[in-house]
Design a protein around this ligand. Structure first.
Ligand code: HEC
Length: 487
C-alpha cells in the first residue's frame, strides 16, 4: 500500500502554480489595465464604480495572498479534515499535528487537495448527499493553496488553535468491553498471507446490544483489513475449528451448509478510511447470548518482520434499542472477468423482505475494481440512484453514510452494478492475461455491495435475509471472506 502511495506522490505535479494563476492574480499583474480602463470611462460615476470594483477585487486577492499562515488559517483546516488520519499511529504516512511536521509536505499537500486525491472521497457529488462526505470546501482548498504559494509560513504562533483532542487508539467512546487476539501475531517480512481467523467466545449470557464498535490493529502498517463477525450458538460456521487460536479457513467443502441463522453476521470492519460503527441513540447491533466473535485479519507484509495484536472495542447500549441495525449485502460470486477486458459489468441485487431504513453504502472490490453504482427500485418500478462512484479506488474501503436515512418499504429492491478493469491500462492490475473469478486475495476479485439498515428490533435475523446468491464460478468453491451476510 505504501509503495503505491509513494509512486503516486512522484507523479503529481509539485507546487503547481498554474492552478493558482487562474484563481488569484497578484494585484501588480493587473495594474497596467487600469490606465486603459480610465480612458474608457466616459461618465465619472461609471469610472468610480469600476475603480471601486477593481479595488475590491485587488484587496481580496491581496488579502488572500498575504493572510494565509499556518497558525491562523491552515491549522484549523487540518484539524477538521486531515489530522484524524495524519497523526502518529494512524494510517497516513506523515503527521500534520505541528507546523514542523507539516511544512516539508506543503507542496505535496497542494497537489493532493487540488487534484482531490485527499481527503479520500470517491462519490460523484451530483448523486446523493452523505453525512461523512470528506470533500474539502473550495474556500478551504483556496486557503491551503494560498498558504503554500505564499511560502507556507508559520505566522504568529499565538494564533494557533488549541490542539484537537483524540482518544488514543479508539475513535469510538471508551469501550466497555475489549476483545483482543490471544497473542501478538508474527507477520513475516515478505510473502502472501492467507486470512487469519480467531474465534473468541464472548461469554455473554444474555442478548447484548452494541451501539458503538471498532476493530483496531495495534500495528496499522501491515493490517490490510479486519472483519469481526458474530457467530451465534449452533451455527455451522467454522464449527470444528478451535477457539482462541489462530487458524486459516479450511476448504469450503468441510463446512456443512449453514441452515439456520446467518452463519457469520457482520459486526464491523477495519480498513484504511473506514470509520468505526457508531449508531444513533435507540439503534444498536445485536450479539445474541452465547455468541462468539470471529475475527478475520488479513495481513500484508511490508518488508520487515513484525507483529500485530488487533483488538475489538464495544460500547454497549444501556437499554434495549428500538431499532436493530444490521449490515447486509448484495453479492455476485459467479462472474468470470475475461483477460484484458477494460470494463466488465457485474450486477447484484437484494430485495428487502421487511421495511427498513437504509443508513449507509459500501461497495467492495479488489485491484480490478473500476466503478460502482447503487440504485433502489421501488415496487412501482420507480428507480433512484443512491450512489455513483465513477472512479473506484480499492485502496480506500469507504462507507458512504446517507445524510438522510432512507425509509424503504418491504419488497424494494437494492440494485448494484460494479465494473472491473482487467486491462493492462489499469495500473493496479497485476496480470491482465488471466480470467478473474471470486477469491479472497486482492489479486482475485469480489463483487460485494454492502449496506447498513435499521429495522424494528423485533424482526428476527432470519426474516431479514433475502434468498441466497448464485454459487461461485469455480468448481472448487473457496471459502469466502464476507460469507454470512452476503445474499
Ligand atoms: C481517511 C484518512 C485520511 C484523511 C482524512 C486525509 N488523509 Fe492524506 N493520506 C492518508 C493515507 C493513508 C495516505 C497514504 C496513502 C495514499 O496516499 O493513498 C495519505 C497520503 C497523503 C499525502 C501524500 C502523498 C500523496 O499525495 O499521495 C498527502 C500530501 C496528503 N495525504 C494530504 C492530506 C491532506 C492535506 C488532508 C486533509 C485536507 C488529508 N491528506 C486527509 C489518509 C488520509
Amino acid at each position: 500500500m505504501r509503495v503505491a502511495a509513494w509512486a503516486l506522490a512522484q507523479n503529481v505535479p509539485r507546487g503547481n502554480t498554474a492552478f493558482v494563476g487562474a484563481r488569484m492574480r497578484h494585484p501588480s499583474a493587473v495594474q497596467p489595465r487600469r490606465a486603459g480602463m480610465d480612458r474608457a470611462c466616459s461618465v465619472i460615476g461609471e469610472c468610480m464604480k469600476r475603480t471601486m470594483l477593481f479595488l475590491m477585487m485587488a484587496t481580496s486577492a491581496a488579502s488572500i495572498l498575504q493572510a494565509q499562515t499556518f497558525s491562523k488559517d491552515v491549522a484549523p483546516i487540518l484539524q477538521r479534515n486531515c489530522q484524524m488520519c495524519h497523526r502518529p499511529g494512524e494510517a497516513a504516512p506523515f503527521s500534520m499535528l505541528t507546523y514542523e511536521q507539516t511544512r516539508p509536505w506543503a507542496k505535496a499537500m497542494l497537489a493532493a487537495v487540488v487534484q482531490k486525491k485527499m481527503p479520500p472521497w470517491y462519490a460523484d457529488q451530483k448523486v446523493g448527499k452523505f453525512a461523512n462526505d470528506r470533500t474539502l470546501s473550495q474556500s478551504d482548498i483556496d486557503t491551503l493553496v494560498g498558504w503554500v504559494n505564499g511560502g507556507a509560513p508559520l505566522g504568529n504562533p499565538q494564533d494557533m488553535p488549541a490542539p484537537r483532542e483524540f482518544v488514543e487508539g479508539w475513535t469510538i467512546s471508551k469501550p466497555d468491553i475489549v476483545f483482543q487476539l490471544p497473542k501478538p501475531f508474527p507477520v513475516p517480512a515478505t510473502g502472501i498471507m492467507e486470512y487469519q481467523y480467531v474465534i473468541i467466545p464472548t461469554g455473554f449470557t444474555k442478548d447484548t446490544w452494541v451501539e458503538q464498535v471498532q476493530a483496531a490493529p495495534t500495528n496499522s502498517s501491515i493490517v490490510h483489513h479486519i472483519v469481526a463477525y458474530v457467530r451465534t450458538p449452533g451455527s455451522n460456521y467454522f464449527k470444528d475449528m478451535p477457539k482462541n487460536e489462530f487458524f486459516e479457513a479450511p476448504p469450503a467443502k468441510q463446512e456443512a451448509a449453514p441452515k439456520d441463522d446467518v452463519p457469520s453476521d457482520w459486526l464491523t470492519g477495519f480498513a484504511p478510511g473506514q470509520p468505526p460503527d457508531v449508531f444513533k441513540p435507540g439503534q444498536a447491533k445485536l450479539i445474541p447470548a452465547g455468541s462468539d466473535i470471529v475475527l478475520e485479519v488479513h495481513y500484508m507484509p511490508e518488508g520487515k518482520a513484525t507483529t500485530d495484536q488487533s483488538r475489538l472495542g464495544l460500547v454497549l447500549a444501556k437499554e434495549p434499542p428500538v431499532e436493530r441495525t444490521m449490515t447486509l449485502s448484495a453479492v455476485n460470486q459467479s462472474f468470470k472477468i475475461p483477460p484484458g477486458d477494460p470494463n466488465f459489468r457485474v450486477d447484484a441485487s437484494y430485495t428487502l423482505p421487511e421495511d427498513v431504513t437504509l443508513l449507509g453504502l459500501h461497495p467492495h472490490m479488489h485491484m480490478r475494481g473500476k466503478s460502482a453504482q447503487y440504485r433502489v427500485v421501488f415496487a412501482d418500478g420507480e428507480i433512484e440512484t443512491l450512489l455513483d462512484v465513477p472512479k473506484y479506488n480499492w485502496r480506500w474501503q469507504l462507507w458512504y453514510d446517507l445524510a438522510e436515512p432512507l425509509k424503504l418499504p418491504k419488497d424494494t429492491k437494492i440494485e448494484c452494478t460494479e465494473h472491473f478493469d482487467n486491462s493492462p491500462n489499469n495500473r493496479e492490475n497485476p496480470d491482465a492475461t488471466k480470467t478473474i473469478t471470486w477469491g479472497q486475495q486482492s489479486f482475485d476479485e469480489m463483487m460485494v455491495c454492502m449496506f447498513n439498515v435499521a429495522f424494528d428490533a423485533k424482526i428476527t435475523t432470519k426474516q431479514m435475509l433475502a434468498p441466497p446468491p448464485p454459487k461461485p464460478a469455480q468448481t472448487e468453491a473457496k471459502p469466502t471472506a464476507e460469507r454470512g451476510s452476503q445474499r
